[in-house]
Design a protein around this ligand. Structure first.
Ligand code: PGA
Length: 259
């Protein structure tokens, strides 16, 4: 499968922003701004908004996939404050971000914990977006490929080949997240290509060719097209610029022109 057959996915990661009311305002003004688009639009919204946002997009007939930003690996149990996959599914989430660098860095999530979550999400029929990426110290020490390889290998351990193509990857260099310092198209492409090679090694060429690899880290309307034009960049995970309906819709529209 070539790049042309991997319809791009643009995911907005709202992080800990937007009440239900604010989410509704965003969704109501989005359709007029994006029109018909060939890109697939995903939104990772706060837990508290999933149910209502899902109902809203159905009501507005918006072709948007709704997901969560985290979940626990257990099926249920005494884990105060945690959310299970089955609960996400019931609320209407069809995908979940797992192992975002903010979860790894601020909440101590390890590769093996993330792996258990990936397995749980898949068993519940929720698409996991596995987030990976090196810190600036790791990049400067020449460890980018080692780090990314470890995160993909360990994050996807024990996953059945049939399930593997359902996983999406998001390469987000930590130094590019929220900093305005986007990776160059060449930097993104070389890591994306490498991730595809690791997927080949772990599974097979079919999975490697099919897997959607999104880039994240300071994606803006101005830099999206050049990044998406890269052979192995299949879309974006957008934080800051996804909060504003104008910048998010501009990214979607700009990406449409590259296809
Ligand atoms: P950013 O965040 O677009 O604000 O850099 C990306 C992310 O954290 O997913």
């Amino acid at each position: 499968m070539s790049k042309n057959e991997r319809a791009p996915v643009i995911t907005g990661n709202w992080k800990m922003y937007k009440t239900i009311e604010q989410a509704f305002q965003f969704l109501e003004s989005l359709p007029a701004k994006i029109g018909q688009s060939q890109v697939r639009v995903f939104l990772a919204v706060p837990f508290t908004a999933i149910y209502q946002v899902k109902k809203k997009i159905q009501e507005l007939s918006l072709p948007i996939t709704i997901g969560a930003q985290n979940m626990n690996d257990a099926s249920e149990g005494a884990f105060t404050g945690e959310i299970a996959a089955v609960m996400l599914q019931e609320a209407g989430a069809d995908f979940v971000l797992l192992g975002h660098s903010e979860r790894r860095r601020l909440f101590g999530e390890t590769d093996s914990f993330v792996n258990k979550k990936v397995l749980r999400a898949l068993s519940q029929g929720i698409t996991p977006t596995l987030c990976i990426g090196e810190s600036i110290e790791e990049r400067n020490a020449g460890q980018t490929f080692d780090v990314v390889r470890r995160q993909v290998m360990q994050g996807l351990m024990n996953i059945d080949k049939n399930q593997a193509a359902k996983v999406m990857l998001a390469y987000e260099p930590v130094w590019a997240i929220g900093t305005g310092q986007v990776a160059t198209a060449a930097q993104a492409q070389e890591v994306h290509r490498f991730c595809r090679e690791v997927m080949h090694e772990l599974f097979d060429s079919e999975v490697a060719n099919k897997v959607i690899i999104q880039y994240g880290g300071s994606v803006k309307p101005e830099n999206a097209m050049q990044l998406l034009a890269q052979e192995d960049v299949d879309g974006f995970l957008v934080g800051g610029a996804s909060l504003d309906v104008d910048s998010f819709s501009e990214i979607i529209k700009n990406c449409g022109t590259v296809l």
